[in-house]
Design a protein around this ligand. Structure first.
Ligand code: GDP
Ligand code: CA
Length: 312
């Protein structure tokens, strides 16, 4: 079976670990969000691709959900001692090495797709990990504070401000010019099933869907999504602040409507959201908490079962 899954960072990576456990023989291609990418200290950082790579490759800090296990922060401390900004983005020493390799390869002329493949040669994530695009397209957030109305990089809003300043809008700068990375549309066309894991619907899945041709390609496929919202709240993180910014209520129903019926064929919600419905979509209530590997694998299996039911 050929499976394509879109993915953001932590929610996507955890789901994918369950998917791998549920279908060890499937050929899985992951289309990763690169809208969170940022250049820091001259280094190209791709937080969501790295979270997937480290999680599936066994190098993740399990408690934090991102970054490397057994991490130290000497380089960060030394940069701060020189007064280097930004100091609000946590880059560990082990993690720095990844960004140095990536930046060196990009500067030598390799594409992000090629760099990601090279990094994955070490981590062996068990999936084919593709960036959504080789072109630079970064999420920016329009905020209004004492400095007036301005757009800041998504990471500044998310990490430095902890989404505490209300976002007036969220936009993927460069979306109009960005093309899907090589292999992305081909993987979708040859997929038997497409999964939307419970990643952030605005700045993870929503970002990938903005890259030209991806939504249209997905509309021809059996697509099953897992709601990241349970009982009117994100399971973790601040996805509610992102949804509010684009005028969408924080409910499993509204996220389903945001993705829309021609795109999504099946939608998994939590038991308490069992009244969710949309014409053309099969909705099922299932345990949605990825509390341990078994529960996560069961969730992945539920998504595949629903896809199978829809295909028949
Ligand atoms: P990020 O890029 O690291 O923010 O991660 P993602 O975009 O991949 O996923 C973030 C989303 O995962 C959040 O909106 C959470 O609500 C959702 N999430 C996290 N844990 C769970 C879980 O156990 N179950 C479900 N259904 N959603 C989850
Ligand atoms: Ca992310």
């Amino acid at each position: 079976m050929r499976i394509v899954s879109l993915a953001g960072g932590i929610g996507g990576a955890r789901f994918l670990r369950g998917l791998l456990a549920a279908t060890p023989d499937a050929e899985i291609t992951v289309i990763g969000n690169t809208g969170d990418d940022i250049t820091l200290f001259g280094l190209r950082v791709c937080p969501d691709l790295d979270t997937i790579m480290y999680t599936l490759g066994g190098g993740i800090d399990e408690n934090q959900g991102w970054g490397r296990a057994d991490e130290t922060h000497i380089v960060k401390e030394e940069l701060a001692a020189y007064g280097m900004e930004p100091q609000w983005f946590g880059l560990g020493d082990r993690d720095f090495a990844t960004h140095i390799v990536r930046t060196q390869m990009l500067n030598a002329g390799y594409s992000l797709t090629q760099v990601t493949e090279a990094l994955c040669a070490r981590w062996q994530p068990g999936v084919r990990l593709l960036p959504m695009s080789d072109d630079r397209a970064e999420t920016h957030v329009v905020v209004e504070d004492e400095h007036g109305r301005r757009a800041i990089h998504f990471q500044e809003w998310w990490v430095r401000l902890r989404a505490s300043v209300p976002a007036r809008d969220i936009a993927l700068v460069g979306a109009a010019e960005a093309k899907p990375a090589p292999g992305v549309l081909e993987a979708i066309h040859s997929a038997d099933v497409v999964i939307l894991p419970p990643s952030n619907p605005v700045v993870s899945i929503g970002t990938i869907l903005q890259i030209q041709g991806i939504r249209q390609a997905l509309e021809t496929k059996v697509v099953v999504g897992v709601s990241p919202i349970i009982g009117n709240a994100p399971v973790r993180g601040m996805a509610d602040a992102c949804l509010t910014a684009i005028g969408v209520p924080t409910t499993a129903q509204a996220v389903l409507e945001l993705y829309g019926a021609p795109l999504v064929d099946g939608w998994l919600v939590a038991e308490e959201d069992g009244d969710v419905s949309l014409d053309g979509v099969e909705v099922r209530a299932r345990p949605l908490l990825m509390s341990d590997p078994e529960a996560t694998a069961a969730l992945a299996r539920a998504a595949l079962d629903l896809a199978g039911e829809i295909s028949r």
